[in-house]
Design a protein around this ligand. Structure first.
Ligand SMILES: *Cc1c(COP(=O)(O)O)cnc(C)c1O
Length: 432
């Protein structure tokens, strides 16, 4: 069943009683207890709608990290082989659960490095410009780090970012990007385009792109296609393998709840797994495991995503990723997404009921074209509404010039959170 039909079946009501009932019927409601919800000044839980920026701490994270501190204390270097979860292969514990989150095959995924670093690592391999084909296509309002990374890669290869970076913009008077406009640009400049690199979900508008459609449009022109999934991983159901995308990268601290700056992940499509001619930055952790400690061999990359690793990874950080992925395996992406469509649909319904000209949702109305985040444009209220909401215990974020992003996360947010938020919006607007 498509998410749209599912949502049509739900008849929402603007009442606290309705929200309470929805929470009672929610088969995932008990997951909220597995997280620490930051308290308001009065000690009661805040309305935390910032999981798109930093996911909340699973209560199990401490024990997972503690286990590694304990094994380090008791075993020292022996922990590499004899820890409860031996450190040498610790990252392998995360491969399958992470692959399930993004709809990839295990050989396509590895937890390594951080997001921007992974973009560089992957562009080193997959942005191979020539005089004829050197452009990178990105979306307007791409995340700053991605824009900087792309511009510096272009320069590294001796091209001028002004010439080599193409941007797909929304049409005049619109806020969202049309897929047909991406296709039209590729029809026009595809033969000069080396790489298409888009955010799977745009961090600002919350627009969820059709990865397969974009990949096919890029591949028709012979371009490499990659995605930044920072706002998509753990938020929407992805079929990364089936999308055919060449590569992708995402962080683990947003929807994946693995803690500030925690280790990221990368995806390299299976079709590239055994192509050792692809140039890459190398390090010992990407080298054949059976000879890694012999230390005398030339670089012999591991097939698949693991061959793009460099260093032995920070185990304390991986332990937090493990705590989080265990929860994703219990909840499962399809069930999370089913709840998410309803929860965000409810938020949208309530905000529309507030019927105030000063707030406008710029995120797509079609649930298939968004994740859980709604971006609310505030007109003629400057930052006051946002500040009043913060004062009342709402944790959301403000993005210049005039957008508040709110992300009800199905793992730990409730229908009552959504209802209370909408009530506060109404109340605060009444005071401005
Ligand atoms: C959050 C985010 C980043 C952050 O990059 P780090 O390297 O993890 O600091 C980069 N790109 C996008 C699209 C993001 O949403």
């Amino acid at each position: 069943m498509s998410t749209k039909t599912e949502q049509l079946k739900t008849q929402f009501e603007f009442s606290r009683g309705f929200a309470v009932e929805m929470d009672q019927q929610d088969e995932l409601s008990h997951f909220r207890d597995k997280f620490w919800i930051p308290p308001k000044k009065d000690g009661t839980p805040s309305i935390y709608f910032c999981g798109n920026s930093l996911g909340l701490q699973p209560k199990s994270a401490a024990a997972c990290i503690e286990q590694e501190l304990h094994d380090w204390k008791e075993l020292g270097v022996e922990g590499h082989l004899h820890a409860k979860n031996p450190w040498l292969s610790y990252h392998e514990l995360l491969t399958e659960p992470m692959a399930r989150v993004v709809g990839a095959k295990p050989i396509e995924v590895v937890c390594a490095n951080t997001l921007t670093t992974n973009l560089h690592v992957l562009m080193t391999s997959f942005y191979r410009p020539t005089k004829e084909r050197f452009k990178i296509l990105i979306e307007s309002d791409a995340f700053p780090s991605d824009r900087y990374a792309v511009a510096s890669q272009v320069k590294l290869h001796g091209f001028d970012p002004g010439e080599a970076i193409s941007v797909v913009n929304p049409r005049q008077g619109e806020t969202l990007i049309r897929h047909e406009d991406i296709e039209a640009i590729l029809e026009q400049e595809g033969k000069q385009t080396a790489l298409v690199l888009l955010g799977g979900i745009n961090y600002y508008t919350g627009q969820f792109f059709d990865l397969k459609r974009i990949t096919e449009a890029g591949h028709r022109q012979g371009c490499v296609v990659g995605f930044d999934l920072a706002h998509a991983a753990g938020n929407v159901e992805l079929s990364l393998h089936n999308s055919g995308a060449d590569f992708a990268a995402w962080c683990s601290y947003k929807y994946l709840n693995a803690g500030p700056g925690s280790l990221a992940a990368l995806f390299v499509h299976e079709k590239h797994a055994h192509n050792f001619d692809i140039p890459r930055f190398a390090g010992w952790w990407g080298h054949n495991k059976s000879t890694r400690f012999n230390m005398r061999y030339d670089f012999d990359p591991i097939p698949g995503a693991e061959g793009w690793q460099h260093s032995n990874p920070p185990i304390l950080s991986l332990a937090a990723v493990k705590a989080s992925l265990d929860i994703f395996d219990m909840a499962t992406m399809p069930a999370l997404r089913r709840k998410s469509v309803k929860l965000t649909g409810y938020l949208e319904f309530l905000l529309n009921k507030v019927e105030d000209e000063r707030i406008r949702i710029i995120t797509p109305a079609d649930p298939d074209e968004r994740g859980c985040q709604l971006s609310i444009q505030m007109r003629n209220t400057d930052k006051r509404l946002f500040e009043m909401l913060s004062e009342k215990g709402v944790i959301a974020d403000w993005r210049e010039p005039d957008v508040v992003r709110v992300a009800p996360v199905p793992l730990y947010n409730s229908y009552q959170d959504v209802f209370d938020f909408a009530e506060l919006v109404k109340e605060c607007l009444g005071k401005i």
